[in-house]
Design a protein around this ligand. Sequence first.
Ligand SMILES: NC(=O)c1ccc[n+]([C@@H]2O[C@H](COP(=O)([O-])OP(=O)(O)OC[C@H]3O[C@@H](n4cnc5c(N)ncnc54)[C@H](O)[C@@H]3O)[C@@H](O)[C@H]2O)c1
Length: 247
Amino acid sequence: MQRFRDRVAIVTGAAGGIGTAIADRLQAEGAVTIVADLKQEAAKAVAARLTGDHGGQALGLGCDVGVESQVEAVVREALDRFGRLDVIVNNAGLMTFKTLAEWTEEDWLTVIRVDLLGAAHFTKQAFLHGGEAGCAIVNVASIHAVQTSANAAPYAAAKAAMLSLTRTTSIEGRDRKIRANAVLPGAIDTPMLWDNPNVKSGAETIDPASVGAPADIAAAVAFLASDEARFVTGTSLAVDGGRLAKL
Ligand SMILES: NC(=O)c1ccc[n+]([C@@H]2O[C@H](COP(=O)([O-])OP(=O)(O)OC[C@H]3O[C@@H](n4cnc5c(N)ncnc54)[C@H](O)[C@@H]3O)[C@@H](O)[C@H]2O)c1
């Protein structure tokens, strides 16, 4: 399948487990992929790997998604170099752990800046610079947007708000051909999962059969970002091996 031939896609947090898989999938299907991550050198290395594996063009850029000026710079560079912007995958994320009594205002703002405002900043850019062909936005939220566990209040709150942002984007984007959808990964085999203190302590138990691969998320994101999903907007897709379905 080459659903993204001649399309330009930005994937944030694309030096991480899920983001790299998403970037790989889009590049394999013909996209020009901008790999944006806080870790600039890692982003460049991923971009080099994408072109090595699949050909075409990819660009690795350093970007703190929580800083609007840095988001603007990434979009400006994408437009200057490639002339269009078709897909934005808001995947960069941060999960930290404290009890409700321990969280400081600074802690809350740190998580919200990355997990919510990062997506809002890129969404604004789609409205400012999306061409006539429109733009497909995919927000990588989490099953924590719907159910959660102890000690992750800012993360769960930010991911829940991300679903709301997705709905608003679909409403305001309708006349601009801007679609927005969210993917809710369950437990996915990346360092973020295994570094989770709730998982390490056994407070959150995960059946090994309920652990998915980054490629499972990439497949869902690619569908939602593609023209095959042209009539799909404002929705959320759990990709969790059925965890949310169980009482
Ligand atoms: N792994 C899971 O089980 C799981 C489950 C549900 C949701 N998710 C979500 O999937 C997304 C990707 O997670 P992952 O498992 O690949 O984690 P990861 O830690 O492997 O990757 C996250 C990436 O985001 C980058 N990042 C962090 N802060 C950033 C910032 N301010 N600006 C730009 N980049 C930044 C990191 O450098 C890293 O490369 C996250 O949004 C996460 O919340 C993951």
